[in-house]
Design a protein around this ligand. Sequence first.
Ligand SMILES: Nc1ncnc2c1ncn2[C@@H]1O[C@H](COP(=O)(O)OP(=O)(O)OP(=O)(O)O)[C@@H](O)[C@H]1O
Length: 352
Amino acid sequence: MIKFEHVSKQYERNGVTTQALNDINLTISKGDIYGIIGYSGAGKSTLVRLINFLEKPTQGNVIIQNKVLNQLSSTELRQTRQKIGMIFQHFNLLESKTVFENIAIPLILIKKDKHSIKQKVYELLEFVGLSDKANSYPKELSGGQKQRIGIARALANDPDILLCDEATSALDPQTTQAILDLIKKINEKYKITVVLITHEMHVIEQICHKVAVMEKGKIIEQGNVLEVFGQPKHQTTQNFVSSVINNQIPNGVVENLLEIEGKKDNIKLFKLEFLGRSASEPVMNSLILQQKVIVNILFAHMSEIEKTVLGSMFVQLKGNDSNIKQSVHYLRERGVQVTEIKHWEMSKNGNI
Ligand SMILES: Nc1ncnc2c1ncn2[C@@H]1O[C@H](COP(=O)(O)OP(=O)(O)OP(=O)(O)O)[C@@H](O)[C@H]1O
């Protein structure tokens, strides 16, 4: 439904060329909630602006519903754009207009009659839970309420695609959660494809099915959220993962470990990574019961992506070499990724 084929975009300003996008290939299927994550300047906004053709690609094709955007007449382009709604970080509401008027704008632009405008606006207000605010002005609303109005306006033309440009970045965590829930409801109820750009991993983790990680105008990893974040390959992806899953042993624990290391040669330290099934099964419990090792859990962190638990744990295994080896084998057989952490790896930076 949305396809980028070898898309590049350069901006020219005052004789300076910026390569904002570099050979982007991306397919977003109908009904997806597709997250684009990257740090500032990665090219996310440019990518999203190409979808509604606010920007044109320098090379390559952007294809929406099998239509190549740069081959459309201006009428066709306008019609395609009408089916794409957008919400913004700072809501972009007209302060001098009431909530009703703000939501009505896209309908007035396509010359809908007054009766159907009124009907649609009230239907949308009810959907976003703000029926009582029709005559309020944006300045009388909280950030979360403003974003709900932004969402209602974006839905006025019954779009096929909803673009969300850092839509929750200006909101507190609780309001963010409520807006993400609403976006999810829109996707489920109206089958609208959602493209969401963000620099916050928890946003992706909570509602996206698929993700593309961007850096310096390129997509460095893409796929199912669970696959990309379950086994991140690129350093930037790993950094995003560690922003929600604490992958490091706290310094206090490391200090203790360094003190006892060397004194006890029958203790080994391991990092265990759980993905999916292994996280929901009592693997550690059976390890303790069935293997001849003493297990000391030092630190653990779990997170949930798409109803699948993802997590890591640092454990010490105490026993003879053969029993420890057997325990590692036992864990690996049950889908746990096991990495031994050596003494020198901890002491390098005071942490792993
Ligand atoms: N209109 C423009 N003219 C010139 N350069 C631009 C323009 N828009 C973006 N750029 C440059 O293109 C690169 C990508 O910018 P873009 O806004 O797409 O990134 P981003 O990932 O959305 O960043 P942010 O999260 O900070 O908005 C940056 O180097 C930026 O300075």
